[in-house]
Design a protein around this ligand. Structure first.
Ligand SMILES: *[C@@H]1O[C@H](CO)[C@@H](O)[C@H](O)[C@H]1NC(C)=O
Ligand SMILES: *[C@@H]1O[C@H](CO)[C@@H](O)[C@H](O)[C@H]1NC(C)=O
Ligand SMILES: *[C@@H]1O[C@H](CO)[C@@H](O)[C@H](O)[C@H]1NC(C)=O
Ligand SMILES: [Zn+2]
Length: 655
């Protein structure tokens, strides 16, 4: 039995643990306070559908988890997983009241054996039942319980409730294990996370046995990502279901990092990086996600990516960023930002009242199509609505922004680490002195200047570690009046200073093109933002299903009257000349087609043969580049992908 000394400074815990300690410690919900545009964004979410879903939408409002008639499986746990952060970070009394009431109900209805929620959950909208003692909803609710326990340490009921839940899980795994529950067998990573969370606080031996049981009975994701064999679009569930299911992948990318804490072998720690590499190579999209509609869908920009997968992928990388620290340079932080600033906002309307089940990189129409483009979902899967298509994303998306906020700052013992860049503040105690950190920035929209003001009552030496993205070039760090110091990209740059100082980090937002294997096409990036030809669009309300038989009453179709079939004229050797960027200011709604903070101008020509595929209601297959065109030169405006609901972001290139 290996032992290591691990300290959790923010909770004032230092303990002996048999697990390898994470390189960076994550902070409890509430420690990071969003400011500036990030605060605006969190309030966009809080004032969007998030606020009313537990009143409006039966699968949360009348959830079996709350004693109601509707779904009693994953939907309520998904929603609660996001609500903890949202309520605490906004400090909104209504949301906090909802949160406490919901947690109260769950705790007071735990069975004497320890089971949380319904033993036998109803299906969506009360249809049918799930098998008894399905582990998956249990794993899922525990994720919100550990956040709640950290946010409200004065509530002494949480740890015992979590322990009892883990005990019954452990017991039931012996009598009726994961092989009987397809979803749980592929989603055991969330249980492993919670087991380790509890073990870091109470190093009881049975928890390691439980971790081993989960690994033995669960699907082998480490092998899946290491010997990745799904190189093509998976056409249907008979070819591959659970292992090729996007959300399961998103959730399981963190498993290697978690297993490293048990086994201390580099092959485990490397696994999330291997997962990212393989998913990018065979299914990667320039918005940071991999195609999954719902199964792996290949490299084409028409294929879909499910919203649940976006937020789960982000969370997995937040876990991996903490556990592996700076061992992989800026890899995890870079990708979390890419997902958060591109794939996440692009799939919502600006008010965050409506979202899609799957989004496309090249999305020119969201309509009910005569033929299905997707591998495993219906022909209306890319409509916008409150619960378009399956309702899992309606419940699960709530975790996206709150968890992003939570992970902006981390700790490495006495050092403070900036993992993600967005305006926020963090107050903590270092060497017994209260220290406040305030980050002010218009990153990633306007420029790459990040100001960090460090204040305290007593002046003490401190150390701050700053993530320097892989894509930048010539970043510098300036402390007070000192000369700027160069900072190496793809690393964490350490700065020693005294409190009551100011750090100015300058991360040039380099302009880059990504050359895609798919049809030799390209995409355009500036800093962490993907740029796209944003299209004006018309919304049409459609009654997609009869009330009560479907996940919601109505959805929106989107069509664009604008031409979109352009190839770009780009000189790869002189991008500054080919693409000019202009900045404005960040609106109260940071991601909206109505107020663009930054845009680029490029030249392009129409490609007449590239039209709408009427059967699929999407673009026809993109022509292979380089392409020729006799059309006239046009000036095109490129806007942040995350601000669009209709766009082209993978382009053919002119000869
Ligand atoms: C993990 O392995 C490394 C390298 O072999 C070793 O230095 C370290 O002490 C181990 N950690 C624990 C907690 O056993
Ligand atoms: C949260 O709101 C309460 C009541 O409105 C207020 O007393 C408290 O100071 C606020 N907390 C923070 C961190 O702003
Ligand atoms: C699934 O796809 C495979 C490979 O294309 C095909 O042979 C099979 O008939 C399909 N099965 C169903 C149920 O559509
Ligand atoms: Zn979903």
């Amino acid at each position: 039995m290996r032992s290591a000394f691990a300290c959790l400074f923010f909770v004032g815990l230092c303990l002996v643990t048999g697990l390898v300690p994470p390189e960076f410690e994550t902070l409890p919900v509430g420690a990071v306070i969003p400011e500036g545009w990030l605060r605006d964004q969190v309030f966009v979410q809080a004032n969007g559908y998030s606020r009313n879903i537990d009143v409006d939408w039966p699968d949360v409002a009348s959830s079996g988890w709350l004693g109601g008639w509707a779904e009693g499986w994953e939907r309520f746990p998904y929603y609660l997983d996001g609500l903890v952060g949202l309520a605490v970070q906004t400090n909104d009394s209504e949301l906090l009241h909802k949160l406490h009431t919901h947690v109260e109900y769950i705790l007071s209805h735990q069975t004497t054996e320890g089971w949380l929620g319904p033993v036998k959950g109803r299906g969506n909208f009360g249809r049918g039942y799930f098998p008894e003692y399905d582990f998956w909803p249990q794993f899922c609710i525990l994720k919100s319980m550990i956040q709640y326990a950290e946010a409200f340490p004065e509530d002494s009921r949480l740890e015992p409730a979590i322990k009892k839940s883990l005990q019954i899980i452990s017991k039931r795994l012996d009598v009726h294990g994961l092989e009987h529950y397809d979803w749980a067998r592929h989603r055991w990573g969330d249980a492993l996370l919670v087991v380790q969370w509890y073990y870091d606080r109470h190093d009881e031996e049975w928890l390691l046995d439980l971790a081993n049981k989960l690994q033995k009975q669960g699907y082998d994701w480490v092998d899946h990502f290491h010997n990745f064999k799904w190189h093509e679009r998976v056409p249907n569930m008979s070819v591959c279901h659970q292992p090729c299911h996007g959300v399961n992948n998103g959730q399981s990318i963190k498993i290697g990092s978690l297993l490293w804490r048990i086994h201390n072998q580099t092959s485990y720690l490397d696994n999330p990086k291997e997962a990212m590499y393989n998913l990018d190579k065979y299914h990667g999209m320039p918005s940071g996600i991999f195609s999954n509609d719902e199964l792996y869908a290949g490299l084409g920009p028409r294929q879909g990516a499910e919203l649940c997968t976006v937020v789960e992928y982000m969370f997995s990388l937040e876990v991996s960023a903490a556990i592996s620290g700076d061992k992989y340079g800026s890899l995890f932080g870079d990708r979390i930002e890419k997902l958060a600033f591109n794939a996440l906002p692009s799939t919502f309307d600006p008010s965050m009242n409506y979202h899609q089940y799957v989004q496309q990189v090249n999305q020119v129409a969201c309509k009910v199509a005569p033929k299905i483009l997707w591998s495993n979902i219906g022909n209306h899967a890319n409509l916008y609505g409150k619960a378009p298509h399956f309702g899992c994303c309606t419940a699960n998306y709530h975790q996206g922004w709150p968890k992003f906020v939570k992970h902006v700052w981390m700790r490495k013992q006495q050092r403070v680490v900036v993992v993600l860049y967005a305006p926020s503040s963090y107050a903590t105690i270092i060497d017994g002195v209260k220290v406040n950190f305030k980050m002010t920035t218009d990153y990633p929209f306007i420029d790459g200047k990040v100001f960090i003001q460090v204040t305290s009552e007593k002046n003490i030496p401190i150390e701050v570690m700053l993530r320097i993205p892989e894509w930048t070039d010539g970043a510098t760090v300036t402390v007070n009046q000192d000369a700027p110091v160069p900072a190496k990209s793809n690393s964490y740059h350490s700065v020693k200073l005294n409190t009551n100082s100011r750090i100015v980090l300058d991360i040039p937002l380099t302009i880059r093109i990504q050359e895609h294997e798919y049809k030799n096409s390209i995409s355009i990036h500036r800093g962490p933002l993907l740029f796209s030809l944003g299209l004006q669009y018309a919304k049409k309300r459609i009654d997609n299903c009869k009330k009560g038989e479907c996940d919601d009453e109505f959805d929106f179709e989107i069509t664009t009257p604008q031409p979109w079939n352009y190839a770009l004229a780009i000189n790869k050797n002189n991008l500054q000349e080919s693409i000019k960027f202009f900045t404005k200011s960040i609106d109260k709604i940071p991601f909206s087609h109505k107020s663009i903070p930054v845009f680029g101008v490029v030249k392009g020509k129409k490609i007449k043969s590239w039209v709408i595929d009427t059967e699929l209601q999407t673009t026809a297959v993109m022509p292979q580049s380089p392409v020729q065109s006799d059309e006239q030169d046009e000036e095109l405006t490129l806007v942040p992908f995350g601000s669009t609901n209709a766009r082209i972001a993978m382009f053919p290139v002119l000869e």
